[in-house]
Ligand binder design. Structure first.
Ligand code: EPU
Length: 431
């Protein structure tokens, strides 16, 4: 199993380009199931989760080819298969994204029920309720969600809010099931995340009619057919935020190129209000100056445009060395604190009280062996290792490979002393 060896304490400096957004690319690739012609999706990051989605699409009769420049070309060649098997779905919850497109286009779906997850319970009841309200019949049998979409259609109004706010992939599923339905579908309490907006724009490029993009009410007027299209994925706001945090954490000066600052309003405002200087340049360039210890914060994760849960762990890594006590409250996944115990091993002072972590800033963290557990928690440990005194060994980095494209190469290009090793193979050269 691959590990990262990190020698901390080097201020990162230089420029780094952000990749395409994983959480846009996954539902957009799934939505290519709806198209009658070939699709060309550009800016698709080279990630394990993307490979999983391409494998699922191939089992569903889609020819899907990826080239080294990040372009994925897809074309549906067989509309008969409808089953997304457990062997693939169990490795990635976002596999659920094929449910809506299958019901919308093939009117039949068999998608393995996604299993548990270390960041807490992640039910799909809102997906099921939304698709049922659209006219689909769904039941769970032998570990699979079995869907019959023949009843989809008519004028419908669907409420998609849940106890923790709207659902991102649930909104995508209902949208994809609605675009080819007869009649008008109004989705209330739709997720507003940039990745949902990106999916809407891709569907529009295919010929779908969607009004209200970016807001909580989406109105979909069904069309008879959707064509193929060429489309470019938006930049990954979570990767951009993680790289900016790396600059701040190491008291360096990092410029992230190609980001979309509008998608990062909450994280940027939070950094700036706490004494981390962020400069905005042309073409989405963002430069962080971590010239001093960050001031403490009181932050709550919320649906977009609030502070994203997917940056909570990385922010916490930064706050472990802030100048005072911070409060981090998780309102999307109240149990998403798996990184706390590992950060404590590095000397962080963190106390959990319900969905809140109270982080008492310390002067510095000390490197030690730590274990990655989920994607964003792993990113937080890498940040902690970059800022810490001494060496940190981050085990099980396959978690980070699910969502960050060549992260160690990008960080090494900024001066980080990080390398990937595999004790079962000979060590990789410095990267
Ligand atoms: N929820 C329900 N019922 C549902 C669906 C969701 O109660 O049927 C709850 C969830 O348990 C959670 C909240 O609603 O408390 C929000 O979940 P949501 O459905 O919005 O999450 P998701 O669509 O499964 C996507 C991202 C996650 C990101 C969340 C929140 C993708 C592929 N995944 O998940 O990304 O954390 O939205 O923004 O888009 C990550 O990239 O590390 C990641 C976990």
């Amino acid at each position: 199993m691959d590990r990262f060896l990190i020698e901390g304490g080097v201020p990162l400096t230089g420029e780094v380009r952000v990749s395409g957004a994983k959480n846009s690319a996954l539902p957009i690739l799934a939505a290519t199931l709806l198209a009658d012609g070939p699709c060309r999706i550009e800016g698709v990051p080279d990630l394990r989760d993307i490979d999983t989605m391409l494998r699922i699409l191939r089992t569903l009769g889609v020819r899907a080819e990826r080239s080294a420049d990040g372009t994925v070309e897809t074309e549906v060649v067989d509309e008969a298969p409808c089953r997304a098997p457990y062997e693939l779905v169990k490795t990635m919850r976002a596999s659920i994204c094929v449910l809506g497109p299958l019901l919308g286009r093939r009117r039949r779906a068999e998608v393995s029920f996604p299993g548990g997850c270390v960041i807490g319970p992640r039910p799909v009841d809102l997906h099921v309720a939304g698709l049922s309200a659209l006219g689909a019949e769904l039941r769970v049998e032998a570990g699979y969600i079995l869907g019959d979409g023949r009843g989809i259609g008519g004028d419908r109004e669907i409420y998609l809010g849940g106890p923790y706010g709207p659902t991102v992939t649930g909104t995508g599923n209902v949208l994809c099931a609605a675009v080819l339905a007869r009649g008008t579908t109004i989705i209330q309490s739709a997720a507003c995340e940039p990745e949902v907006q990106d999916l809407c724009r891709f569907l529009t490029a295919l010929g779908a009619k969607i009004e209200g993009i970016g807001g909580p009410t989406l109105t979909v007027t069904g069309v008879e057919r959707l064509q193929g299209a060429r489309y470019r994925i938006i930049p990954d706001r979570i990767e951009a935020g993680t790289l900016l945090a790396a600059g701040a954490m190491t008291y360096g000066k990092v410029t992230v190129l190609g980001a979309e600052p509008r998608h990062l309003s909450a994280p940027l405002a939070l950094l700036e209000r706490r004494g981390v200087r962020v400069l905005r340049g042309a073409g989405g360039a963002l430069t962080v100056h971590g010239y001093d210890r960050a001031r403490p914060v009181d932050v709550v994760t919320l649906p977009y445009p609030g502070f994203p849960t997917d940056l909570q762990a990385q922010l916490m890594a930064l706050l472990t060395v802030a100048d005072g006590n911070s409060f981090v409250t998780e309102k999307i996944y109240p149990e998403r604190f798996i990184h706390v115990a590992e950060l404590q091993r590095m000397g962080a002072k963190i106390r959990k009280e319900g969905p809140t972590a109270i982080v008492e800033g310390v002067d510095h963290l000390s490197g030690c062996p730590v274990m990655a557990s989920d994607l964003r928690a792993s990113a937080a440990l890498v940040l902690a290792g970059l800022g810490a005194r001494g060496s940190t060994e981050v085990d099980r980095v396959y978690h980070i490979d699910r969502g960050y494209e060549r992260i160690e190469e990008k960080l090494a290009a900024l001066g980080a002393r990080i390398r990937r090793v595999n004790p079962d193979r000979s060590p990789a050269p410095d990267s």
